[in-house]
Design a protein. Structure first.
Length: 243
């Protein structure tokens, strides 16, 4: 067998293993038969994400399992698995799949951990976190988006995700502390309430910087003694976080 042939066989074997893992963890509602075109596009999307360097098996399995086309507007179905953000109304977007994967993998979420998401949007990121076994709490500042996301998540089998309409700058004090926090819109500074609600040993990932320019994806960590550190991961471009 040639080296190219061996490479294709290895990729095919990895894809089959990934699909099997995704099916094993998918909720019943997400396992019902679907259009094979969408399934094929999702497999291609995950393969692209892996080629770009995301290697965490759990993250890739979740991306393979969650039907992203169920989280985009009907007129954008053909673009559901393209590697780019899509508008979902009210000035909000569903994030680029690659960035979703990067942020999810960096969060290192373990089953049973409590995770807070700021910016529910369509509910896609929350579904990914739920697939990883997290106890998911998610806040959306736009009431209509929060309502739609809660209904969509319930319909697709992610009814355990807790959704509320509120101001993400304030976090969710009643449910704190959180082992992980993920912010899907860019504030110009790290919200102090979120740092306070991060558990010792916790991780928070968020885009940081002015609207649509000069933003960086930042990892904030709190050690066992409560000391907080941060580091830049990569340049990004997100919609601004609204107070």
């Amino acid at each position: 067998m040639t080296a190219a042939g061996a490479g294709r066989q290895t990729l095919a074997t990895a894809s089959l293993a990934l699909l099997a893992l995704a099916r094993a963890v998918a909720p019943a509602a997400a396992q019902r038969p679907e259009d094979p075109v969408f399934a094929a596009r999702r497999t291609a999307m995950v393969a692209l994400i892996a080629r770009r360097g995301v290697a965490d098996p759990a993250t890739l399995a979740a991306m393979q399992a969650v039907p992203r086309h169920r989280f985009v507007p009907p007129d954008l179905l053909d673009s559901a698995y393209a590697d780019g953000p899509l508008p979902i109304g009210y000035g909000a977007t569903i994030s680029q799949p690659y960035i979703v994967a990067v942020m999810t993998a960096a969060l290192r979420l373990r089953p049973g951990e409590r995770v807070l998401e700021i910016g529910t949007g369509s509910g896609y990121q929350a579904a990914i976190l739920a697939h990883l076994g997290g106890a998911v709490y998610t806040i959306e500042i736009v009431d209509s988006l929060a309502t739609q996301a809660a209904e969509r998540l319930g319909r697709l089998g992610y009814g355990g995700v807790r959704v509320r309409h509120g101001d993400g700058w304030q976090g969710w004090p009643a449910a704190a502390p959180f082992d992980a926090i993920i912010v899907t819109a860019a504030p110009d500074s790290v919200p102090p309430a979120l740092v306070a609600q991060l558990a010792r040993g916790g991780r928070m990932i968020l885009p940081l910087g002015p609207a649509f320019a000069g933003q960086w994806l930042v990892m904030v960590e709190k050690d066992a003694q409560g000391r907080v550190t941060s580091r830049d991961l990569m340049p990004v471009r997100f919609v601004p976080m609204v107070r």
